[in-house]
Design a protein around this ligand. Structure first.
Ligand code: NAG
Ligand code: NAG
Ligand code: NAG
Ligand code: NAG
Ligand code: NAG
Ligand code: NAG
Ligand code: NAG
Length: 492
C-alpha cells in the first residue's frame, strides 16, 4: 500500500522502452548578433545566422531603425573565444527581435549570450546595463556584466509561449549613458515532456502535490551532472550545459554526518522508458554517472550526501528543483531504498527506483519539487540523499545522478521580484517626457497617479501582453483541497 501510493503520486507509468530517435525542434532559431556572416559555426558545431547578413537582417530584428542599434566587432578577440563572442549588437533605445512561433502552447528554451567586450570604443562614454523582456515576461532587470565574475554569461529561460510570435526586447537601463547589447540568441521549442504539470511542494510543514507547472515559466539557475564531468551542448539533446557537482558538494556535515559518497560511472546502455525521463529530459552523459552511498559490510552507513546551492533565497519566489535518478549502481533490482531531503525536509521517503521503473536497472526517472525562496534559513538550497529505514546492508543505499534548479516566474510574469515588464517600460517612457514637465501635466499626473498605480501595478495589465499565471496557487490547493495534504511522501 505504502509503495503503491508513492508510485501513483508521481503519476508515472513506465510502459515500454523508447527507441532512440533524436529530437528535432519545430522552432529552432540560432542568431549571432551583429554579424554579417550568413553562417557562424560555434564550437559545438551549431550553425548560427548572422543578424546583419543579407538573408536574416530584416527577419529577426524588427525595430532596428537607423541609429538605434550598433554592430560591435571585437577587434582583438581572445584566440580561444567562441566565434559567437566576436560580434555583438548594441542598442541605445528599446529594440526588439521577433521570432515566428509555429508550435504554440509549449515551452520554448530561450538562451541569451553576453560576452564582456574589452573594447567598445563606439560606446565608450556609456555603460552596458539593461533590461530584457520577452512577450511580457521581465527576464532581466538592470542587468550588467559588472556583477558577474565571468566574461561570458549565458542566461537560459524556459518560457511558455502561447502566441505565434516571441518578441525579445532589449531596453537600456536609462535614457542616456546606458546601452543594451547581446551576442547571440537561441530560441528552441522544447519537447512536450520537458515540463510536466505536477510537482511536489515541500517545506517544513507540508509535502503535497501541486499542479500548474505547465502554465509556469522558468529561469535556469543550476544544472549539475552529479559524479560526472561537464556535459557540453554538443552532447546534450537540447544543447544544454551541465556542470560537474564538485563545487556544490557539502564537505563537512552541518545537518548530521556527511559523506562525499562514491562516484559511479557506467558505460552501459541507458534504458529510457515511456513515462520516465526521456533523452531530452536528461542525456546519457548525465544518467551514466552518479554519486552513491554503499554499504560494504553488515551495517548501513549513517550519513547523507548533501549538495548546497547558494542564492535560492528570494522571499516571495518559488523554485523548481528537479532531481534525476538512474540506478546504474545496484547489482540487481529490489536492493536500493533511500530518502531524499530538500532543504532538510523529507521530500521522498524510501524511494524505490525498482518499483518505479518496472524492475529495470539503468532506467532514468526524475522527480520535481517546488520550494519557497523564504523556506531556507541559510539562504542556500540543500539537497541530500541518504539511507532510509528500508536500506539494506551490502547494497547501494542512496544515489543521485543530476540536479536542476529553476526559478519560477511570478504570477505577473517576472523573474525579477517586484519589477515587471510594464514597470520597466513605464519608467523608460517617463524618461522620455524630459526633465521639465509642464505644470499642468504635473498636476494632472499627481491627481491620477494614485488611480493609475492602483490599476496598473504589475500583473493587472498583464493579460494584454500575454503572461501566464499559475492557475492553482499552493495556498489555494491547501485551502480548497485539504484532502490533498494527506498524500505526502513523508506520511505515507
Ligand atoms: C579599440 O578599438 C579601436 C577601433 O575599433 C582601436 O583603434 C583601438 O586600438 C582598440 N583598443 C584596444 C585597447 O584594443
Ligand atoms: C537601474 O539602475 C539605475 C542606475 O544604476 C538606477 O538608477 C535605477 O533605479 C535602476 N532601475 C531599476 C528598475 O532597478
Ligand atoms: C561527448 O561525450 C563523449 C562521451 O562521453 C566524450 O568522449 C566527448 O569528449 C564529448 N564531447 C564533447 C564535445 O564534449
Ligand atoms: C540526513 O539529512 C536529513 C535532513 O537534514 C536529516 O534529518 C537526517 O538525520 C540525516 N541523516 C543522517 C544519517 O545524518
Ligand atoms: C562497516 O564499515 C564502516 C566503514 O566502512 C565502519 O565504520 C563500520 O564500523 C563497519 N561496521 C561493521 C559492523 O563492521
Ligand atoms: C541570498 O543569497 C545571496 C547569494 O548567496 C546573498 O548575497 C544574500 O545575502 C542572500 N539573502 C538572504 C536574505 O539570505
Ligand atoms: C524510520 O526510523 C525512524 C527512527 O527509528 C523513525 O522515527 C521513523 O518513524 C521511521 N520511519 C518509518 C517510515 O518507519
Amino acid at each position: 500500500m505504502k509503495k503503491q501510493l508513492i508510485f501513483f503520486f508521481f503519476f508515472f507509468s513506465f510502459t515500454a522502452l523508447v527507441s532512440s530517435s533524436y529530437f528535432s525542434p519545430t522552432d529552432h532559431y540560432l542568431v549571432s548578433c551583429g554579424s554579417r556572416d550568413p553562417t557562424i559555426v560555434d564550437f559545438d558545431h551549431r550553425r548560427f545566422t548572422g543578424d546583419a547578413s543579407k538573408s536574416a537582417a530584416s527577419q529577426f530584428l524588427t525595430a532596428p531603425s537607423p541609429g538605434r542599434s550598433i554592430e560591435l566587432v571585437d577587434p582583438n578577440p581572445a584566440p580561444n573565444s567562441s566565434p559567437l563572442y566576436r560580434t555583438a549588437r548594441a542598442f541605445t533605445k528599446p529594440s526588439r527581435y521577433a521570432f515566428a512561433i509555429q508550435e504554440t502552447g509549449v515551452h520554448h528554451l530561450v538562451r541569451l549570450h553576453f560576452h564582456r567586450f574589452t573594447n567598445s570604443s563606439v560606446l565608450e562614454s556609456s555603460t552596458p546595463q539593461f533590461h530584457v523582456l520577452a512577450n511580457g515576461f521581465l527576464l532581466l532587470n538592470n542587468f550588467s556584466l559588472g556583477n558577474e565574475k565571468k566574461d561570458v554569461v549565458v542566461k537560459e529561460f524556459i518560457l511558455r509561449v502561447d502566441s505565434d510570435k516571441l518578441e525579445i526586447t532589449f531596453v537600456p537601463a536609462e535614457r542616456s549613458n546606458f546601452y543594451a547589447f547581446v551576442n547571440a540568441i537561441e530560441v528552441i521549442s522544447s519537447p512536450k515532456d520537458l515540463i510536466t504539470d505536477l510537482a511536489q511542494f515541500v517545506n517544513s510543514e507540508r509535502n503535497e502535490r501541486i499542479d500548474g507547472m505547465l502554465k509556469s515559466s522558468f529561469e535556469t539557475l543550476y544544472r549539475v551532472n552529479v559524479g560526472g564531468p561537464k556535459v557540453t551542448p554538443f552532447n546534450d539533446s537540447l544543447w544544454r550545459t551541465w556542470v560537474s557537482d564538485d563545487s556544490y558538494l557539502e564537505k563537512s556535515g552541518e545537518n548530521g554526518a556527511t559523506t562525499l559518497g562514491d562516484v559511479i560511472r557506467s558505460s552501459g546502455r541507458i534504458q529510457y522508458q515511456a513515462g520516465g525521463a526521456s533523452r531530452e529530459v536528461g542525456p546519457d552523459n548525465v544518467y551514466n554517472s552518479a554519486r552513491v552511498i554503499k554499504s560494504l559490510n553488515d551495517s548501513v552507513p549513517k550519513s547523507n550526501i548533501t549538495w548546497v546551492f547558494p542564492g535560492i533565497n528570494e522571499s516571495g519566489s518559488k523554485y523548481l528543483v528537479r532531481l534525476h535518478f538512474c540506478d546504474i549502481a545496484s547489482i540487481g533490482p529490489f536492493s536500493l531504498y533511500f530518502n531524499v531531503y530538500v532543504n532538510g525536509n523529507l521530500a521522498y521517503e524510501n524511494l524505490d527506483l525498482t518499483l518505479i521503473t518496472n524492475s529495470l536497472l539503468a532506467s532514468p526517472f526524475y522527480a520535481d519539487f517546488v520550494i519557497d525562496g523564504s523556506s531556507s534559513s541559510s539562504g542556500s538550497l540543500t539537497v541530500s540523499v541518504g539511507p532510509s529505514n528500508f536500506s539494506l546492508p551490502h547494497a547501494v543505499d542512496a544515489l543521485l545522478n543530476g540536479v536542476e534548479v529553476f526559478k519560477m516566474s511570478s504570477s505577473f510574469g517576472s523573474f525579477q521580484g517586484e519589477m515587471c515588464a510594464e514597470s520597466v517600460m513605464r519608467s523608460w517612457r517617463r524618461g522620455n517626457v524630459g526633465v521639465v514637465l509642464p505644470l499642468l501635466a504635473a498636476v494632472f499626473l499627481l491627481l491620477t497617479a494614485s488611480v493609475i498605480v492602483q490599476r496598473k501595478r504589475c500583473g493587472v495589465a498583464g493579460d494584454t501582453i500575454g503572461w501566464s499565471r499559475l492557475p492553482v496557487d499552493v495556498s489555494e490547493v491547501n485551502l480548497k483541497h485539504p484532502g490533498l495534504q494527506s498524500t505526502t511522501a513523508g506520511k505515507l
